[in-house]
Design a protein around this ligand. Structure first.
Ligand code: FAD
Length: 402
């Protein structure tokens, strides 16, 4: 019998496991991951940006945990020698019509306690000489890191603490009562006094298996990237972002220097017909029926049809994708970019068709479920872990707690 069992070997699951074990060092704990490798899904397929927290509504969990989390992430990387860089980024208004939204974003940055700076056109060009912009914002606390490396370090630390790390083990059923959760896996049945669900793209299904009913469903949105060819990588020094449309804040491709080298452009956002579908034509019947039979999806689709079509066009039509990049850096041409990896976002959607904006965590009888941890959850992961560890009751039968 375990005291705590965490489902999900992404950065949120492993950060939570570490915080829990730091709080209850005597706890018998396990992390269960269906893939052979840690960080196989969202965590290992993202933009690798340590976000500052500028975009998020002041007072939201996202704003608070991104700000604190970006600092903890940098400290963690410093402590364990994980390559990272706090290089800062610029957000660019490409014409006068974007100035108002840029100013509103700048004010939001100040409200979120960030040391943001407004940039004139000439100041912008000093930082990013090839950018097209009439004004900008510099966000100095933004950084870059490889989240796969961070996750692997978290796994090492958990292994050193004696936590059972059960990879290649898929959870297939959960029975929960007042005292324990019985978790069936592809490698046998495990019992735990308390269960933590950090299953990302499958977190709503895990919650349902545990008997929890909510009106949210995970809808998978694929984000596709291009890589800028080496000989043109001089066009981007660090990170260049567009001003987000306040109605669709997670749309808008950006240019990002990657920690492993190279410049990535993207991601777009298209509905994926498979939760872990990394190719344009990836399809899974169960995942597709799940989305199409959800009334929230149709409501969202009806009110966002135009933007959805634009994203689809950008996905299948390289020229359209490159056009979005040229708004930011006009010298980039179609031949300068080649397709590279993609990732799928686990975005929770409500029955009324609205996206769940903030991180969403709720308790069961003997469990807690993280059912919305999209960007900036990799940045915020160490802080999300602490928040969850503080929400989880003490169930350890031995006496020594920290
Ligand atoms: C394209 C893209 C770009 C992004 N860019 C950034 C960025 O630059 N900065 C940032 O901070 N955030 C970014 N994000 C968001 C960030 O990557 C995620 O918020 C974060 O990785 C979520 O971590 P997680 O552990 O919750 O999920 P995941 O990494 O998806 O981990 C969940 C794990 O649960 C496992 N699992 C699922 N079902 C089961 C089961 N039945 N049994 C056992 N295991 C199971 C999965 O295999 C998976 O490994 C981006 C996301 C995407 C998709």
């Amino acid at each position: 019998m375990y005291d705590y069992l965490v489902i999900g070997g992404g950065i949120v699951g492993l950060s939570t496991a570490l915080s829990l074990h730091q709080k209850y060092p005597q706890a018998r704990m396990a992390v269960v991951e269906k893939e052979k490798q840690w960080a196989s899904h969202q965590t290992g397929r993202n933009s690798g940006v340590i976000h500052s927290g500028i975009y998020y509504k002041p007072g939201s969990l996202k704003a608070e945990l991104a700000r604190k989390g970006s600092q903890s992430m940098v400290h963690f990387c410093q402590e364990y020698g994980i390559p990272h860089e706090v290089c800062g980024k610029v957000i660019v208004a490409v014409d006068d019509t974007e100035k108002e939204n840029l100013t509103n974003l700048y004010k939001r940055g100040l409200k979120n306690d960030l040391a943001v700076r407004k940039l004139s056109k000439s100041e912008l060009l000093e930082i990013e000489p090839h950018v097209n912009g009439v004004e900008g914002i510099r966000v100095p606390s933004t950084g870059i890191v490889d989240y796969q490396k961070v996750t692997e370090k978290l796994a090492d630390l958990l292994g050193d603490r004696g936590v059972d790390l059960l990879s290649s083990t898929k959870v297939t059923n959960i029975e929960e009562d007042e005292n324990e959760a019985v978790v069936d896996t592809t490698r046998g049945t495990l019992k735990t006094r308390y269960l933590v669900n950090c299953a990302g793209l499958h977190s709503d299904r895990m919650a349902k298996l545990a008997g929890m009913y909510t009106d949210v469903k995970i809808v998978p949105f694929r984000g596709e990237y291009y890589e800028v060819k080496k000989e043109k990588s001089y066009l981007v020094k660090n990170l260049i972002y567009p001003v987000p449309n306040p109605e669709f804040p997670f749309l808008g491709v950006h240019l990002t220097r990657m920690m492993g080298g190279g410049i990535h452009a993207g991601p777009n956002a298209v509905l994926s017909l498979k939760r872990e579908g990394y190719h344009k034509l990836a399809f899974d019947m169960k995942d597709t029926v799940d989305v199409l039979s959800f009334e929230g999806f149709w409501r969202m689709a009806a009110s966002n049809l135009k933007e959805g079509m634009k994203e689809m066009k950008r996905s299948f039509h390289k020229k359209s994708f490159v056009k979005s990049l040229q708004r930011l850096v006009p010298e980039i041409e179609e031949d300068d970019v080649v397709p590279t990896h993609s990732g799928v976002r686990a975005q929770a959607l409500l029955k009324d068709g609205k996206l769940v904006d903030d991180f969403f965590v709720f308790p069961g009888k003997r469990s807690i479920h993280v059912c919305n941890a999209p960007s900036p959850a990799a940045t915020a992961s160490l802080e999300i872990g602490k928040v969850i560890a503080n929400k989880v009751p003490s169930v350890v039968t031995t006496k020594m707690y920290m």
